[in-house]
Structures are given as C-alpha cells and as structure tokens.
Design a protein around this ligand. Structure first.
Ligand SMILES: NC(=O)c1ccc[n+]([C@@H]2O[C@H](COP(=O)([O-])OP(=O)(O)OC[C@H]3O[C@@H](n4cnc5c(N)ncnc54)[C@H](O)[C@@H]3O)[C@@H](O)[C@H]2O)c1
Ligand SMILES: [Zn+2]
Ligand SMILES: [Zn+2]
Length: 417
C-alpha cells in the first residue's frame, strides 16, 4: 500500500467539478455515475477526427484521473489519424476510435489505490512514453524501452453513450479535457510554467533536448549537425547551444525553418540538398561533426546525418519515416568508421529526470517552449491543428479544453527575432 494511496478520495466515483451527462445519468442500479470526458478521437482511416463525449472507465489501482490544462500536437498524430502513414501496406484499420495525443499538462484529481507517484492536486506532465521504474529495461538504464509502453499500447479508456469502445493513441491520449492515465505516464512537476508550455515537455522537449543532453551527451566545444528544424529539431538546436556546442549546423529544406534555427542560436543553416554532406565537412575542417542528430522523419536525412558525422563520432536518429522504411548506410563507413549510432525514444526515456530539468531550464529562460508554439486551438478546432502539421510555416499547435471554439492561430508569435 502506498504512502499516497487513497489521497484522491473515492477513486471510483465521479469527481467534484467533473461533468456527468444528463445530471445523474448513469447513477442508476448499474452503479455510480461515470466521469465524462470530451475527447478528440480518430478512426485511423484518414477521416477527420471528431470531438466526442466518452464515459470513462472507473480507475484501476494504478490509474490516475487528470484534468488537462493544455496538450501539444505532434507530427506522430498523423500516423494515428491515417494508419497508412505509419504502414503504407497495412490493411484496413481495426475501426476502433482512439483518443489522439500523447503530451499534455494538468492537475491530478483522483488516484487509484496503489498509485505512489502522484496525489490529488499535483501538477503533472503526461508524457509520450512510460517509465515504470521497475521492469527489466527501466532497471538497466533503458527506460525508453519500458515494458509498460508495450503492455498498455492498446488501452481502453471508456465508451460512448451508445456503447462504442474508445481506446487511446499509444494507450495514452491527450487531446481531452480529462482522462485516466497509468501512473507510469505521469511526471510530477512544480507547475511553474503555463500549461501550454509544460505540455511541450510531454514529448518534444525530452525527445529533442533530452536526446541532445542525455543520448548524444553534447558538451562544450563540440560540433553538432541537426537534420530537421521542426518542433524536435528546434529543441535540439536550443539544447546544443545551451550545452556549449561550438558549432551548431542546422539543416532543413525549408528556408523559414532554417531562419527559426538561426534565431534560436544555430551558427549555420544549410539547405538539405545533395551537397549537404560536403558542406558540413567544409564547416568542420573536412572531418564532419562530432555529433549528428536527425529529427526529420526521413531515411534520407538519417543517411545524411550518418555521413556528415566524423569518424568515431556519435549519430542520434530520432525520426520515423514509416514502420516499413529501411535505412541503408555505406558498408565501409558503417563497419570501419567507428561511429556510435544510438537511437533515441523520448530522449532515452528517463522522463522522471528530464522533464523536471526542462521545466527548470524553461522557467529560467535558458530554453524556450514558447518560441515553438505557433497555434492555439480549442478541442472543437483540433482538426485545424492537425492540418497545420503539414504547413511548413507552423511549428507546434497547442490545444486547450477551455479555449473558444474559433481558432486564432498565433503564427510565429513566440519566435525571437
Ligand atoms: N524519437 C522520438 O521520441 C520522437 C518524438 C516525437 C517525434 N518524433 C519524430 O521526429 C520527427 C520530427 O518531428 P517534428 O515534429 O519535428 O516534425 P516536423 O515535420 O515539424 O519537422 C521535420 C523537419 O524535417 C525537415 N526535413 C525533411 N527532410 C529533410 C532532410 N533530408 N534533411 C533535413 N531536414 C529535412 C522538414 O522540412 C521539417 O522542417 C518525426 O518523424 C516524428 O514522428 C520522434
Ligand atoms: Zn510526440
Ligand atoms: Zn519500465
């Protein structure tokens, strides 16, 4: 039994401040009324996501109910909206509707009886990965492969009023006003930032900045190449500069995105053309960079980042072109080039350490989450936020359950000049 067990009062009944449809609907002979969430759900067939009411399942022993203040929209959402983006030869999707999103910030309102990590009232970040702290991988310093990520991948969260089962994206779900999470998905934070900034620490912050600090181990004086200047890549640029890298080369085919990288501290910005490897070598004494990072979601960029990293350097791929894509590398360089290739899932997955550290760094102005927010939307406008993922002049959208239904994208608002 945990120290915090039961601190959320009765974890199985409705919470104060939560909405029960039709007043006491559900509070009949079948048992207590169920908590209702407003959730953006997708079918996986490419159709436009919809906002629906979901009657949440009662809390299990390790479950936590969180009132969401804001959530972030990530490129990976597109693969949930249309499964063919993830797997081009997949058959028809299973038809199950899933709550979109995997990064959010909010407050705990109820906890199951065995929850130890958080208590009611805590400010938390919902993370795009899980860290149970107990499994084979968590205990061996590889929480990015935590057993609970896979065990809870197909998690049911509740059902619609007419009984249709609702799952959640990767077993998480974030584009909601409230939802039930496994405690391994939550990191307690101080709550010293607005929720919309904390929400970015659920995925992009640790996946980008965490990959630089914890996986690449970038240090003072190093040279770093970063392929891709979207949401992830721009966290990487900021983190590499903060870590003291002497030369940060940002690479992207889009000129506006290259300009964002320069505004956030990159020393050079290059187009991603055929000659990019030669151009990076030219900037680094003909050797290549010490660390090559990829945040483009392109196998070409993965190959380029390997090729522009020096002999004996470190290569950190983070993107996903599709679940079927294959990366091919030059055999001579792969075997005899003595490089270390370390893939990074959510910056190595130690989110219990990386998320609070990022909160401190953002609060002190050492890293900027705000610079990456280019659109704000209500849940009813979520489809607009997903469409913006394919707009090169938008970086990150945030959804707020309390925002008005009419979108007012704040393009480029937070980007320093
Ligand atoms: N590993 C993780 O934990 C993790 C977490 C979140 C997202 N991701 C993945 O990371 C990738 C990037 O995510 P994002 O949100 O920043 O996407 P994004 O679309 O905002 O940015 C990708 C950028 O890469 C650029 N690009 C395309 N081809 C390139 C090339 N050859 N060289 C350099 N740049 C190129 C694009 O112009 C774009 O600006 C996606 O594949 C996403 O699914 C991984
Ligand atoms: Zn993500
Ligand atoms: Zn684990």
């Amino acid at each position: 039994m945990s120290a915090h067990a039961g601190t959320g009062a009765d974890a199985r009944g409705p919470r104060a401040g939560t909405h029960v449809p039709g007043g006491d609907a559900g509070a009949d002979a079948r048992g207590p009324a169920r908590v209702v969430a407003r959730a953006v759900v997708a079918r996986g067939d490419g159709s436009v996501p919809e906002l629906v009411e979901v009657l949440l399942d009662p809390l299990g022993p390790r479950d936590v109910l969180v009132e969401i203040g804001a959530s972030a929209v990530c490129r990976t959402e597109l693969m949930t909206i249309d499964r063919r983006r993830a797997d081009p030869v997949a058959g028809a999707p299973d038809g199950r509707r899933r709550v979109l999103g995997h990064a959010a910030a909010g407050r705990v309102t109820a906890v199951g009886g065995e929850v130890t990590r958080v208590r009611a009232g805590d400010a938390v970040v919902v993370t795009g990965t899980r860290q149970c702290g107990e499994c084979f991988f968590c205990r061996r310093g590889a929480p990015g492969a935590c057993d609970r990520i896979f065990a809870l991948m197909e998690r049911r969260v509740g059902e619609t009023a007419d009984g249709e089962e609702i799952g959640s994206d990767g077993g998480i779900g974030a584009h909601v006003d409230r939802l039930v999470y496994d405690e391994s998905n939550l990191v307690r934070v101080r709550g010293s930032l607005p929720d919309e900034e904390l929400a970015l620490l659920g995925c992009g912050g640790p996946s980008g900045a965490g990959a630089v600090f914890d996986v690449a181990g970038v240090g003072p004086g190093q040279s770093v190449g970063i392929s891709g200047c979207g949401h992830l890549g721009l966290w990487m640029v900021q983190a590499a500069v903060l870590a003291g890298a002497e030369t940060v080369v940002a690479i992207d085919p889009d000129p506006w995105r290259r300009s964002r990288a320069l505004a956030l501290g990159a020393h050079h910005a290059l187009d991603a053309g055929d000659d990019v490897v030669d151009r990076v070598h030219a900037l680094t004494g003909g050797r290549g960079v010490d660390v090559g990072m990829e945040a483009a979601g392109s196998t070409l960029a993965m190959r380029q980042s390997f090729d522009y990293t020096r002999y004996g350097g470190r290569v950190v791929p983070t993107g996903l072109e599709s679940e079927r894509a294959v990366v091919s590398l030059d055999n001579l360089q792969y075997s005899l080039g003595s490089r270390t290739i370390v893939g990074a899932q959510c910056g190595g997955g130690d989110v219990r350490s990386s998320v609070p550290r990022l909160e401190r760094l953002v609060a002190r102005g050492r890293l900027s989450a705000r610079a990456l927010i280019t659109g704000r939307y209500g849940l009813a406008d979520a489809a607009r936020a997903y469409a913006a993922l394919d707009d090169p002049h938008q970086l990150t959208g945030v959804l707020s359950p309390t925002a008005p239904a009419h979108p007012h994208p704040t393009q480029h608002e937070g980007v320093p000049r």
